[in-house]
Design a protein around this ligand. Structure first.
Ligand SMILES: NC(=O)c1ccc[n+]([C@@H]2O[C@H](COP(=O)([O-])OP(=O)(O)OC[C@H]3O[C@@H](n4cnc5c(N)ncnc54)[C@H](OP(=O)(O)O)[C@@H]3O)[C@@H](O)[C@H]2O)c1
Length: 265
């Protein structure tokens, strides 16, 4: 049995689940991880049956500081070599900054930021030994935009931070056979908005601005396998990323409010 694996965080739903399916379809063995065990078990069985690969799962809550080590030990104990690391798990805090308890932000930063660094740190030595590694960071179009007022003050900033972390990985390790890809989706239909208490706001977003998670996953895997440093799904999102990079923040805020209200109020 091939002992080389792709590890996908947040693979019980949405973009992470579709990335796991896409990688399995391409013949990669898969390690799933998230909090909901029943779903992990069912998805694991399904991927094994559908794609004749080996799939295993480990339950972990990435808001817990010990979670990256739990995931790493799980893989080490079973001799699973991780050649592909997909840092995808995420959510948003749908509250004003002054309304949250401090640990809400700490947990949030652990899931979307610290765990990305910790997992990369743990798995990169094996990739260096094998002179091969593909890392994906599922970031967001929000990483290019001014931080939002209504949809969680730290969401955009932590996504900008992980983008820069991905850039640092490329600068340090591309010459050693390891690449990192920042995937920056715009509005994507998944469980994200319900899980984050933002489904009403998502319902108001015009359909032409929304993408399905399967097409995002297919493009993301393709970009990662080709070693691209950044990939933005869809022409409209590419255009929005471009204008966020060239226009003044005040103009971006006015344009965003007229296209999809709620982000800056
Ligand atoms: N949907 C969008 O419009 C959109 C746009 C831009 C970027 N993104 C990014 O895309 C990524 C995936 O989001 P999605 O849209 O696919 O959302 P989703 O359908 O809600 O899936 C989120 C995944 O993250 C896992 N997760 C959440 N909290 C976790 C925790 N504490 N520990 C471990 N796993 C956790 C969930 O699994 P469990 O609940 O089972 O733990 C689930 O598998 C996120 O990083 C998000 O920021 C999404």
């Amino acid at each position: 049995m091939n002992k080389n694996y792709a590890l996908v965080t947040g693979s019980t739903a949405g973009i992470g689940l579709d990335i796991a399916k896409e990688l399995a379809e391409k013949g990669h063995n898969i390690i799933l991880t998230a909090r909901r065990e029943e779903r992990l078990k069912d998805i694991s069985t399904q991927l094994t049956e559908d794609f004749k690969i080996h799939c295993d799962y480990v339950v972990a809550d990435l808001s817990e500081i010990t979670a990256p080590e739990t995931i790493f030990q799980f893989c080490s104990d079973r001799n699973y070599s991780i050649d592909i690391l997909v840092n995808n798990a995420g959510y948003s805090i749908n509250k004003k900054f002054h309304e949250t308890a401090e640990d809400e932000e700490e947990n949030f930063l652990r899931v979307l930021g610290i765990s990305v660094i910790a997992l990369t740190k743990k798995f990169i030595p094996g990739m260096l030994d094998r002179k091969y590694g593909k890392i994906m960071i599922v970031s967001s179009l929000a990483s290019f935009a001014p931080p939002s007022s209504g949809w969680g003050a730290l969401y955009g900033p932590v996504k900008t931070f992980v983008n820069r972390f991905g850039d640092a990985i490329n600068i340090n390790y591309r010459s050693k056979g390891i690449t990192s890809t920042n995937v920056c989706p715009g509005f994507t239909v998944t469980e994200f908005h319900t899980a984050s208490g933002m489904q009403d706001a998502m319902d108001k977003v015009p359909a032409f601005m929304k993408k399905d998670s399967q097409s995002v996953a297919v493009g993301a895997v393709n970009a990662m396998m080709h070693g691209k440093s950044v990939w933005v799904p869809g022409l409209l999102n590419k255009f929005l990323a471009f204008i966020c990079n060239v226009l003044p923040a005040s103009l971006v805020i006015r344009m965003s409010s007229s296209l999809a209200g709620g982000r800056y109020e």
